[in-house]
Design a protein around this ligand. Structure first.
Ligand code: GRF
Length: 187
């Protein structure tokens, strides 16, 4: 059984989707959710599945405390699903090629500092893009610049608001993220 850890800072719909997907399939299971926000929606979602949450501060993320807790789980893959802090290099170095992230745009477009959540979809709308999508990539020291694993796109010419774009992108995330995780674990 492959072991997954999920890092999230927000509502956790991707985390919930991944937990649910692997509850019905054996190759992997989510061991815990790590979050920097005790009140994040992801905590309650994980709890509903009996999955523990590890809550930490930004200092603990960067002083080696979180690395020690991650190592206790011996994860085969660390999945960032809406994790908003810069991921520390000590965990990346301890788990080379085992940290992945999902970004709600077609990187390298609409990536980098400040490009998260609705900011991304507002920028896509403002720049009158005809399509957007998702990028699943490895995390390296340069955050959104790790090797791309998978991309999927969706037309947005019919969208008149950033919220409409966000809904289309989230549907892509839920459709593809668990399957890409499963593929990575099978390699
Ligand atoms: C997703 O849009 C993902 O692309 C981004 O953060 C959001 C997480 O949403 N990294 P949720 O918390 O999984 O609902």
């Amino acid at each position: 059984m492959k072991k997954l850890l999920i890092f999230a800072s927000g509502s956790g719909s991707n985390a919930e989707n991944i937990i649910r997907y692997f509850r019905q399939r054996q190759p992997a299971s989510v061991q815990a959710v790590f979050t920097n926000k005790a009140d994040a929606g992801v905590v309650a979602k994980a709890e509903a599945f009996g999955i523990p949450s590890v809550v930490f501060s930004k200092d603990e993320l960067n002083d080696g405390s979180v690395l020690k807790k991650v190592e206790q789980f011996s994860p085969d893959l660390i999945v960032l699903a809406g994790f908003l802090l810069k991921f520390p290099s000590d965990i990346i170095e301890a788990f080379p090629h085992k940290v992945i992230n999902i970004h709600p745009a077609l990187l390298p477009k609409f990536g980098g500092k400040g490009m998260y959540g609705m900011n991304v979809h507002k920028a896509v709308l403002e720049q009158s893009e005809t399509e957007t999508g998702i990028t699943i990539h490895y995390i390296d020291e340069h955050y959104d610049e790790g090797a791309t694993i998978f991309q999927a796109s969706v037309p947005v010419t019919d969208c008149v608001s950033a919220e409409e774009i966000a809904l289309k992108v989230l549907a892509l995330e839920h459709e593809h993220f668990p399957k890409i995780i499963e593929k990575i674990l099978s390699e």
